[in-house]
Design a protein around this ligand. Sequence first.
Ligand code: ADP
Ligand code: MG
Length: 590
Amino acid sequence: MKTQKKSWIQSLFAYAEGEKKKMLLSVVLSVVSVTVGLAPFYCMYRIICLFVEGGADTAGITGWCLWALLAYGVKIVTFTLSTGVSHNMAYHVLEGLRLRLADRFLHAPLGDVENHTIGEIKSMMVDKIENLEPPLAHMIPEGAGHVVLPIVSIAALLCIDWRLALASLVTFPLSVVCMMLTMVISGKNFQTYDQSNAYMNSTIVEYIEGIEVIKAFGRAGVSYEKYAKAITDFRTFVVKWLSSTYLTMKLSFALFPSTLIGTLPVALALAAQGIITAPTAALAVMLSISMVGSLAKLEVFSENMRQVEFTVKGLQEFLEMPELPEPKERAEVPSTGVELKEVHFSYTGRAEDEVLHGVNLSLPQGSFTALVGPSGGGKSTVAKLIARFWDVSSGSVEIGGVNVRDMPLSQLSEYVSFVTQDNFLFRCSLMENIRLGNPKATDEEVRAAARAAQCEEFIKKLPKGYDTLAGEAGKRLSGGEKQRIAIARMMLKNAPIVILDEATAFTDPENEDRIQQSIAALTKGKTLLVIAHRLSTIRNADNIVVLKDGAIVAEGTQEQLLDACPLYWEMWQAHIGAKNWAVSSAAKEA
Ligand code: ADP
Ligand code: MG
């Protein structure tokens, strides 16, 4: 259910939920700091009065100097405290945001996450969230102070003489006009800036990630040029943007804090006519000088505001990504058979893109089912729907008769182990990579799983054994070895339903044999679904299901299918042919 969209300011404050007290404290301290900062001007005024009135003695002057010093001290201390508190608050908020975003990615449909490039996500999680630090730590508390100071100063001028207050504001209208002009000229440039920046980010990630392919194919030039062009485009755009607003922006920057232009002549004129005294004229001038710093800061902040608005809006888009709805309460699941009922599914949500057209599939508890068929037929999609990486468009996926939507994702994940084609290893030791299957497992249990998954032999050959970092090992491990690590992980997890999306790549006979052994150990007694490319591995399946173009065309045992399903017969022949060819060419090489 979509809630009313919050304005970006509300969102910014909502991110600081739980940190509000700190924010308030830092605002109060900042306001105290700038207000107290006016006191030295008053002390100066009193000293000038002493001279003019002829009562200047060392004691009097020293007294006022000490007061000024004290006020200055309070100003510095309160300002320091305010920034301390606000930075503490800001980094707590950034931490909360980063954690919340990561959590969002976990609960969103996989497709919504994969729609974003790694560069985009990295730029959001790292850079853009970091961009919120200045507004939270500086703009809000200091901004409050810098708003209060001119108000107090103008109020003080008003108390002296209304004409002085008015004079201090004389450049204000013109600078506002310049500021508005700048905004109009800038227009939608922030958006382009952002897109350009995100594109630059994703091209560099692509360049580095693809560096192996780029080197292998000698295409370094093309890919590098893509990156270089992104950088050049970004530079051209920013320079053009800046120069288009240069004049109006600088004018407004110059005019806005120019309070003295009005106050100085008016103060002098009033003093000359005897309406105010000379010391009061000096005080008026000092008050209007005191505003300059604050007004200049406010101007910079208002520039930054739009940047912040843009960041917050970008964040909102990620933070409001739809989540897969899930109940809080665990469901009662009596068995671990899986059933797909009339499942229709489209990745885009549009009917014309449908990839599964009414699939009915039953995996009885403890049975071994194989899913075969031409590439692109929807096999992996079926597997991902059982693990609920996406929700079906219509129909249902049930475990033990319970719709997977009616159990928490964490409960579903206890039931289902999914070994995919890309076996991702995290940047920690191999021991920890396997332990991911069950964080509570002891080292000995991890080793036992590794042994059963046929991993121990190659792990022991690594210089640091189980302590080898996956990053270091990653490049040395073959695809088949990585897959066996993934299988060991799943063994520790020991879920009752196992889905294997078999990889085509790792077909060397030695590896295949070992993988088969480790899979056999993993799947004993489990409800097993294997997506098979090498049909020899699933000969013994209880049920072989042939999926083509998103629909089931036949199912049965190997013998039944060889008789009844021409497509399966063809696939089997092709498989045997390929196998014989591999064997004979291997023999030739030897
Ligand atoms: P198989 O595993 O049988 O080779 P898949 O289930 O991977 O087939 O794909 C079925 C269809 O869905 C294909 O047409 C494929 O292009 C499409 N498809 C797969 N993944 C996605 C995705 N993330 N977004 C959009 N379409 C997809
Ligand atoms: Mg597939």
